[in-house]
Design a binder for this molecule. Structure first.
Ligand SMILES: [Mn+2]
Length: 220
């Protein structure tokens, strides 16, 4: 039995332009197991928005379903964690697994547009999300929510989720709340924006040969 923070990679498109996952398209399967959580996740970047998500944290499930649907990503997730302690470990480890899946599925990122942005409303809430799949992890999170909880869910964990996601995916992510009052609306707009921006950034540009970088690499 493997102990500690170890990672098993299965069927991932590890190298540029190759996909060996079960689904057609750029895909990856990730399994993370620690003493705190166990996460299994399958992602197809070139999916149709199908999902089957059970993280043990219902609000996170709701947000990831929105993410899959609006990004046209196929996403299967099973997570079990010490949620009796706190949702924190599970939320963070799901973020890490999702980031790792994107990184593996995109490989060397040849031929992709790299940048994407979306500004998404939900009633009074308006959130702008900008991504650069640069290989350099950076998160600017400018979202101010006064309420500490949405139901049982600690709102602060959204920031931790995105930080984990960005660090593993090696991407630049700016999230800026332009307007908002209701925390559920605001967070939902964050995930819709993230989905749309990532969908745009991962699209292939037929004019591109190699990676969109004068440096010649997007691996950081
Ligand atoms: Mn909702």
């Amino acid at each position: 039995m493997v102990r500690g923070r170890t990672v098993k990679r299965v069927g991932a498109a590890a190298s540029a332009g190759r996909s060996r996952g079960v689904a057609a398209g750029r895909s990856a399967t990730v399994a993370r197991r620690t003493k705190e959580t166990a996460v299994e996740l399958s992602l197809n970047v070139d999916g149709s928005g199908r999902y089957d998500i059970r993280s043990g944290v219902p609000f996170l499930d709701h947000m990831l379903e929105i993410f899959a649907r609006h990004g046209f990503f196929d996403l299967t997730l099973r997570a079990s964690g010490d949620v009796e302690v706190d949702d924190h470990h599970t939320v963070e480890d799901v973020g890490l697994a999702l980031g790792q899946a994107f990184r593996q599925a995109l490989g060397a990122k040849e031929g992709i547009r790299r940048f994407g942005e979306a500004t998404v409303p939900l009633d009074e809430a308006l959130v702008q999300v900008v991504v650069d799949l640069s290989g350099r992890p950076f998160l600017a999170y400018d979202v101010e929510i006064r309420q500490e909880r949405i139901g049982a869910f600690a709102v602060e964990l959204i920031h931790d989720f995105l930080l984990a996601f960005v660090n593993e995916n090696g991407m630049n992510l700016h999230v800026r709340m332009l307007a908002g009052r209701n925390p559920h609306h605001i967070v939902e707009a964050v995930f819709k924006g993230l989905a749309r921006a990532l969908d745009a950034a991962t699209q292939r540009d037929p004019r591109l040969r190699g990676v969109l970088s004068t440096k010649g690499t997007l691996s950081g």
